[in-house]
Structure formats: structure tokens, C-alpha cells
Design a protein around this ligand. Structure first.
Ligand code: NAP
Length: 289
């Protein structure tokens, strides 16, 4: 029997609707103040410009403020640093997102590290990563949070389950493994040096692929009845493809995300959720949403 399709578009719409309600409640509680997201876009990469425009549009749709700071590709490091420091100190700015990658010679890791951890809505600073590793309250990267929400919506049982994450990036693979561990799964992280990758994947009750290689995960890598989450976004001659061979794997898995329409829509939904959470973290008297 073909797998159940996990509809990321619909689940993300539900998250956005909840954020819209919570933003209204925030504004009522704090005299009309609204959470605000500042995006910094350095250079003129068209793909990055589309991503940033999408994030700004999404902010307005949920009733948040959006501030975009486009900078020329040749902007000196010191000017980017000054902008981050100014935004760190601005009470109207709840969250700061530096769109990555930044053009050379700028260092995206260094610059991201200068964002106030309470405004780190991408969850990429060393403080945010450390808080996650220790299981303490903090801002988590958006895409792994989105995957947790998809697993929840699909009714996946995480406690005691074998979870395999293919990919170990700071942006996705590592925080994904931490979140699964926090949910009491038994977690294996794979990467380019993993021996017998197919064999390790076959053990998984929950299989998550975030590699960047079109249709790498084959049907015979998947345990019958597994839940398969495809994070990959690869541009191919026949359009956008995930890291999972969807048509074959859907005949083996119990549930699977499509590409597009699976993980992708969840990322912006959780950026909005993080911006609201950041706004609350900056109001010490209030509870975190
Ligand atoms: P990344 O930083 O390039 O990391 C890729 C990971 O895959 C690395 O850990 C690498 O291992 C591993 N890998 C590469 N080739 C492999 C192989 N043959 N076998 C096993 N592992 C292999 O990428 P990323 O930022 O995590 O993104 C991964 C994919 O997810 C991309 O397609 C990206 O576009 C997509 N993505 C989508 C969203 C979304 O919102 N939908 C968000 C984030 C990422 P090593 O560490 O050993 O090099």
C-alpha cells in the first residue's frame, strides 16, 4: 500500500494561523507592540533575494513588522558588524536573520555569531547550539523544528524509535539529531564517510535525508513501514527533486514527505514562530509562547 503523504503545505498553514493568533495576543498584552524581524541581505544573488522577500512577505501576513537591510556585495565587514550591533540594540527588532551565504571575503559564521542569542531566529549562534545540546530553553534552527512538527502531525512514535539522520550540517543535521534525542529517539547521524549507508538507513523507523543529492535514498534503503522525511532540495533537469527516490520509496514507507510541498513550507512557518518566541524572550516578565 502506498505511503501516507505528509502535507507540509497544509501543516505549515496551520502553524502560520496559530502564529497570527499569538501575534494578536502579544500586541494586546504589550500595548500594541508587534514582534519584528530584521533581514540582512548582502549582495545580489537572485535566489537569496527571493528567499528574503518570501520571509518579509510572510512576516506581514502574520501581523509582524518586517525590516529588510539590503547591502551591496562589496560592503566592508565593519559596516555589517555595525548594522548587527544596531539591530541587537533596537527594541523594535525581535529577530535578526543574516541571509547565508554571504559573499567573500565576509565570513557568515563569524557575522552570525555576533547576533544577540535572544534575537537569533535562525538558531545558528554557538550559544543557541549549546543551549540545544544541553536541552535548555533557546531558539532552535527552523527546518529541524519544522521536521519535528511534521513527525508529530504524522503521528510518528519517537520515543525509543530508531532515527537515522543523513547529513551533519550545523544548519540541519546536527540540530535535527539533538531534537530527536530530546524526544527520546535512538539517533544515528550519517555523513559522507559512513560505511554501509544503505544498511544503516534500513534500520530506521524514522529516516531523514538532508544531503543535497537528488534521489539518493533508494527503496531498498528503507525499512517497510518507516516514516521518511526528505529535506533535500535539488534543481534537476526535470525540476526540483528531493534526496529520496520518492516514486519508489512511497511503495515501502508508511509515511513520506513530497518535494516540493513537504519540509520546505515548514521552514518559514518556524521562522515566524521563532520571531514571536524571541519577542517574548526579550520581555522577561512574560511566559514564552
Ligand atoms: P550541507 O551543509 O551541504 O551538508 C550535506 C551533508 O550531507 C554533509 O554532512 C555531508 O557529509 C553529507 N553527504 C554528502 N554526500 C553524502 C553521501 N554521498 N552520503 C552520505 N552523506 C553525504 O547541506 P545542508 O545545508 O544540511 O542541506 C542539505 C540539503 O537539504 C540540501 O539539498 C538543502 O538544499 C536542503 N535544505 C532544505 C531546507 C528546506 O527548508 N527545505 C533547509 C535546509 C537545507 P560530510 O559532512 O561528511 O561532508
Amino acid at each position: 500500500m502506498p505511503a501516507e503523504l505528509i502535507d507540509g503545505k497544509q501543516i505549515a498553514a496551520g502553524v502560520r494561523a496559530a502564529v497570527t493568533r499569538d501575534v494578536e495576543a502579544f500586541a494586546q498584552e504589550f500595548g500594541g507592540a508587534r514582534p519584528g524581524l530584521a533581514t540582512i541581505l548582502v549582495g545580489d544573488d537572485p535566489g537569496s533575494a527571493i528567499y528574503v522577500a518570501g520571509k518579509q512577505k510572510a512576516c506581514k501576513e502574520v501581523g509582524m513588522q518586517g525590516f529588510n537591510f539590503p547591502l551591496a556585495a562589496a560592503t566592508p565587514r565593519v559596516e555589517v558588524v555595525e548594522l548587527i550591533e544596531r539591530l541587537n540594540a533596537d527594541p523594535d527588532v525581535s529577530g535578526i536573520l543574516l541571509q547565508l551565504p554571504v559573499p567573500e571575503p565576509l565570513d557568515g559564521v563569524e557575522l552570525t555569531g555576533m547576533i544577540d542569542p535572544r534575537k537569533d531566529v535562525d538558531g545558528l549562534t554557538a550559544i543557541s547550539a549549546g543551549l540545544l545540546a544541553q536541552g535548555r530553553e533557546g531558539l532552535r534552527p527552523c527546518t529541524p523544528q519544522g521536521v519535528m512538527a511534521l513527525l508529530d502531525a504524522a503521528g510518528a512514535q519517537l520515543e525509543g524509535a530508531e532515527a537515522v539522520v543523513v547529513g551533519r550540517s550545523n544548519l540541519f543535521g546536527k540540530p535535527m539529531a539533538q531534537l530527536l534525542l530530546g524526544a527520546n529517539a535512538t539517533v544515528t547521524t550519517c555523513h559522507s564517510r559512513t560505511r554501509d549507508l544503505a544498511g544503516v538507513c534500513r534500520r530506521a523507523d524514522i529516516l531523514i535525508a538532508a544531503v543535497g543529492r537528488a534521489r539518493m535514498v533508494q527503496a531498498d534503503w528503507v525499512k517497510p513501514g518507516a516514516t521518511v522525511i526528505d529535506v533535500g532540495m535539488n534543481r534537476t533537469e526535470d525540476g526540483l527533486a528531493g534526496d529520496v527516490d520518492f516514486d519508489a520509496v512511497k511503495e515501502v514507507a508508511a509515511a513520506i514527505t513530497p518535494v516540493p510541498g513537504g519540509v520546505g513550507p515548514m521552514t518559514i512557518a518556524f521562522l515566524l514562530r521563532n520571531t514571536l518566541k524571541a519577542a517574548r524572550l526579550q520581555r522577561p516578565a512574560a511566559a514564552v509562547a
